[in-house]
Design a protein around this ligand. Sequence first.
Ligand SMILES: *Cc1c(COP(=O)(O)O)cnc(C)c1O
Length: 435
Amino acid sequence: MTADGSADPRRRVPRTDTLLADPPVAAAVATHGRDRVKAAVRRAQERARRGEITPEGVRDAALAALTAPAPRAVLNATGVVLHTNLGRAPLSPVAVAAVVAAAGHTDVELDLATGRRARRGQDVLDALAAAVPDAGAVHVVNNGAAALVLAATALAAGREIVVSRGELVEIGDGFRLPDLLESTGARLREVGTTNRTHLADYAAAIGPDTGFVLKVHPSNFQVSGFTSAVPVRALASLGVPVVTDIGSGLLAPDPLLPDEPDAASTLRAGAALVTASGDKLLGGPQAGLLLGDADLVQRLRRHPLARALRVDKLTLAALGATLADPVTPTRAALHADTAALRARTERLRDALAADGCKAEVVPAVAVVGGGGAPGVELDSWALSLPESYARPLRTGEPPVLGRVAHGRVLLDLRCVPADADDTVRAAVLRVSADG
Ligand SMILES: *Cc1c(COP(=O)(O)O)cnc(C)c1O
């Protein structure tokens, strides 16, 4: 800082008419109207005068203030199909259209034929039930954790949930299933050990206080070696309800993921209730699915807590569309043809080379992600660039997220919509031009 007034940053705050003539700001006027933009510019100027932002930052601060706060759309080139930090499953175009169509007034709780109140989202629940005929009834709540909380509260509050020590998992961001279950007032009766639990362990723990036996699919880790777990079919012989948290939301078996439990097979094996997420392998919106014995589902549905966990019309719309057309982007990414991925990546490399940007095409390994199928590796291909590209790609518009490994950033196109390859190309070129 000098005593010279000309160095006072407040003098360098750009004038309103200068800012309004700036092309991005002028473009914002066309979208948001002159008054809103002017007000945003004034507020940014005041912030600069107070020293909260630099005079050079006024324009961007004004533009940022005009942008509605929302999660930003990004391109997932990580090769992780279900990435919780990136919002897990992307919705299919039909699901997006259904969300838009449901955004206004809807018949979500009204029977148009009789004019009477109807069960919320009846058509969508019917579609879910039809997709899993082994379920006597179904219910949908806010997410997988909510489905478990509802089951624990309605069926085991003040009683015991018998569960293997090998299945007391942390689901992410520090949240642990045992804490979640105990928060309902149910007591956990842990049986077995981390690596081995036997049917006799369960049998010895079951008594008059048992609410249910819980079986949790370890969806984000694998144990190998000297291990033993009890299948649902055997647990079902114990004479108490078996609640199975399959996690991933596969409704029927997928040959690509042979170790991933699905709702239909789990119910057929004797589970009284299955819980799962909607935004993992099902490829739909965030939701918690509850499928199983009609009486149990009815108890969950009528429990007061169900009202606090209910899904909104947008979720129901997206779920219904996903069930009607199960060829979701998640499914497409999982089953993507490796040769076609390689050809796409090579085309991208060649297009970049034509503009003087050198990149390599390398074999890569994609994974399903925290949403399911730990240990399953999908052969893939990636565009390999210097690691220094990672940050500018991530902070660009749109942000492009790759995977950093061994001093390189790898862009795997498996989860990038095919019509976005050109956007990736442009993003890489911008970084290459700046570098
Ligand atoms: C993902 C998962 C959960 C949590 O589901 P959310 O939809 O994220 O709330 C619970 N249990 C298992 C086994 C999971 O895989």
